[in-house]
Design a protein around this ligand. Structure first.
Ligand code: AHM
Ligand code: MG
Length: 336
């Protein structure tokens, strides 16, 4: 295929800028900054094996989990790329305890956007060469422009998202994002460092045959989830379904969105709120899911309508093909 015939992400961003009434180009610049950072992170992830930069740095993040060097590096890369370009007034990262106020210049202070980011999700997979990802979520600030950002600028419901997306650093590196007009995916040509539009207007198949859940935790799952797993395994109609779980949210999500499937990270008896974070993982994935025609809930209610109360809040997460999520919710409701 001739590369000249393909649209680059840069061209796509410029073309789509006109979709927004009264657009100032600020969101386009912000997405372009993310694009640049992903290429740098991609380079680091790719060379991780040979560069011997994998290892523990001896610090722990707010959730008390061990950080690996690449998490720290990816976090620094995104924060630098976003704060140096006058495109955001605040950044919250899964790797930082508190949000960051961006005040490097007067202009940046006036920016109307905040970004929430999980710079390197699934990082425990890096040292075994399994795909990892970046997840991001963009909101318009609610406090007055020009004043320092506040916690409430970040604690917004998912329905307020202006844009969200992820990068999968996989056998190919892809960026997939939405600004509320459907979901598009771009694949990186590493030889020239350019993303090309490869997956236009992605839609979740309405149903599917894949279920993704960490079944090692089965004994600790709520009864509704146990019942749904049993349903997935029954020999009836198009079942049993296929079990696929990478343990890297972005990769599991990406596969399910393209092939049809459901991803569940439920509450467990040990972690009643589950594992995934509402602001850094659940909400951006929920926005993408809904934009692709899928469904996303905490097992009972829509993820994007949940009022956040803290930056690192966790939430049970059911996400995927609409018919499959609806079915899982039926089992949850029956078991209450
Ligand atoms: P992380 O943000 O600490 O990397 O954790 C999130 C990851 C997800 O990518 C993945 O879906 C999940 O944790 C796997 O958790 P588990 O190993 O408990 O199944
Ligand atoms: Mg994460």
């Amino acid at each position: 295929m001739s590369q000249q015939a393909l649209q680059t992400l840069g061209e796509f961003i410029i073309e789509k800028q006109d979709d927004f009434k009264y657009s100032t180009g600020e969101l386009s610049r912000l997405i372009s900054s993310i694009r640049i950072a992903t290429k740098i992170v991609n380079r680091e992830v790719n060379k991780a094996g040979i560069a011997d930069i994998i290892g523990k740095v001896g610090t722990e993040n707010i959730q008390g989990e061990e950080q690996q060097k690449l998490d720290v590096l990816a976090n620094d890369i995104f924060i630098a790329a976003l704060s140096q370009r006058e495109v955001v007034c605040g950044i919250a990262s899964e790797e930082n305890d508190d949000f960051i106020e961006v005040k490097c210049t007067e202009n940046a202070h006036l920016s109307k956007y905040v970004v929430l980011i999980d710079p390197l999700d699934g990082s425990s997979n890096i040292d075994v060469n399994v795909s990892v990802g970046t997840i991001f979520s963009i909101y318009r600030r609610v406090s007055d422009p020009g004043s320092p950002v506040e916690l409430r600028d970040f604690l917004q419901k998912g329905v307020n998202q202006v844009a969200a997306g992820y990068v999968v650093y996989g056998s190919s590196t892809m960026i997939v994002y939405t600004t509320g007009n459907g979901v598009n995916g771009f694949t990186l040509d590493p030889s020239i460092g350019t993303y090309y539009l490869s997956h236009k207007d992605i839609k979740f198949p309405t149903s599917g045959k894949i279920y993704s859940i960490n079944e090692g935790n089965y004994a600790k799952f709520p009864q509704g989830v146990k019942d749904y797993i049993k349903y997935c395994q029954e020999e009836e109609d198009d079942r049993p379904y296929t079990s696929r779980y990478i343990g890297s949210l972005v990769s599991d999500f990406h596969r399910n969105m393209l092939k049809g499937g459901i991803y569940i990270y439920p509450s467990t008896s040990q972690s009643p709120k589950g594992k995934l974070r509402l602001l850094y993982e659940a909400n951006p994935m929920a926005f993408l899911t809904e934009q692709a025609g899928g469904k996303c809930s905490d097992g009972f209610k829509r993820i994007m309508e949940i009022e956040p109360t803290e930056l690192h809040q966790r939430i049970p997460f059911f996400c995927g093909s609409a018919a499959m999520v609806t079915k899982a919710e039926e089992f949850m409701a029956k078991a209450v």
